[in-house]
Ligand binder design. Structure first.
Ligand code: FES
Ligand code: CO
Length: 338
């Protein structure tokens, strides 16, 4: 089912003059940038003798196999077999995947996309700047990480030394269920430790923030955190399954302040500390997440509702994709709410 979704791999700036390997959903792929700067992705396995194309090099926008020099274009078509003068009757291919640049990142879909890459509207708003925070691998399920992003109850524990307040009973979000995810709105009161105040232009010890978190199936979220002073900090997180146990964690933020007010390094440091607090705990969790309520052996509480809704949404997409079989039918799918 996950092959039918777009996944964010890494920032475009990671693509230089050489091909770059990536493992997506257990499949080895190779990504490169053509002469016009557009990204392409194909299977990292030469159709001749299976050598890894990612060990090869780029020439005129094509990727060249390191073993015998066969050349492949961005559509996976073999454009040159240096050992043969006449073209073959049947063209040689390496399997190519959907690949696109969006939000300065490389996105790949291994199969026919079930949905488009989600629209992040403030990205086109000139009053917002974009700050890349990180693209790194975690030994954890993407769903555990995504559930954690909407888990209000962990703040007072995991983030007790950074911004979590001392009240263990969290402000529960109001949830609006949508076809491809949900919106969770809440107004949590959080602490502003001395070390973090300048990054949010605040001097007070606590703030009530207005948080609007948009979750998209399967592992994408856009969370706007609005502060009383007008600052908006929008966290954009794309979690990409490398395999059953590992996740590429991509995050950038959009902010309506300037580099002169708060430097890029300061923005990154602010979220970095918080993220590393999460990492330690999340990597200790079970990578298997029960999607089916009948197989669920975990205990739950009220604040787990957003996470359980994610499981339900993903499960519904799995069922519909299995049933629908073809893209036309899939687009007709309207998932029931809760
Ligand atoms: Fe790639 Fe021979 S293995 S050209
Ligand atoms: Co956290």
């Amino acid at each position: 089912m996950l092959r039918r979704f777009w996944h964010c791999l890494f920032p475009m700036s990671d693509l230089g003059d050489t091909p770059r390997p990536f493992r997506l959903l257990g499949e080895n792929i190779v990504v490169w940038k053509d002469a016009e700067g557009a990204p392409h992705a194909v299977q990292d396995r030469c159709p001749h003798k299976t050598a890894k194309l990612s060990l090869g090099y780029l020439q005129n926008g094509d990727i060249i196999c390191p073993y015998h020099g066969w050349a492949f274009d961005g559509d996976g078509l073999c454009t040159l077999i240096p050992q043969e003068l006449a073209p073959r009757e049947r063209r040689v291919h390496v399997r190519a995947y959907h690949c696109a640049e969006r939000y300065g990142q490389v996105w790949v879909c291994l199969d026919e996309p079930a949905l488009d890459i989600p629209e992040v509207e403030p990205f086109n708003d000139p009053s917002f700047r974009q700050v890349f925070e990180f693209s790194e691998d975690w030994a954890c399920s993407p769903l555990r990480i995504m559930e954690n992003e909407f888990d209000a109850a962990h703040l007072s524990f995991v983030h007790a030394t950074s911004f979590g307040n001392t009240d263990p009973i969290p402000a529960l979000p109001a949830i609006e269920v949508l076809d491809d995810g949900f919106i969770a709105r809440s107004q949590p009161a959080v602490r502003n430790p001395e070390s973090m105040r300048s990054a949010i232009h605040m001097t007070s010890a606590t703030t009530v923030r207005t948080t609007t978190g948009r979750y998209y199936v399967p592992f994408f979220r856009v969370t706007e955190i609005a502060y009383p002073n007008g600052l908006k900090n929008i966290l954009v997180t794309a979690l990409t399954p490398i395999d059953d146990r590992n996740t590429r964690f991509n995050q950038f933020v959009l902010r309506n302040d300037t580099e002169e007010q708060v430097s890029t390094a300061q923005v990154i440091a602010f979220d970095r500390k918080v993220t590393l607090e999460d990492k330690l705990i999340l990597e200790s969790t079970d990578p298997d997440v029960p999607l089916d309520a009948s197989e669920d052996d975990e205990e739950h509480m009220a604040s787990d509702r957003p996470g359980l809704l994610m499981r339900k949404k993903i499960r519904a997409f799995c069922d519909e994709l299995r049933k629908a079989g073809d893209l036309g039918a899939l687009l007709e799918v309207r998932l029931a709410g809760e």
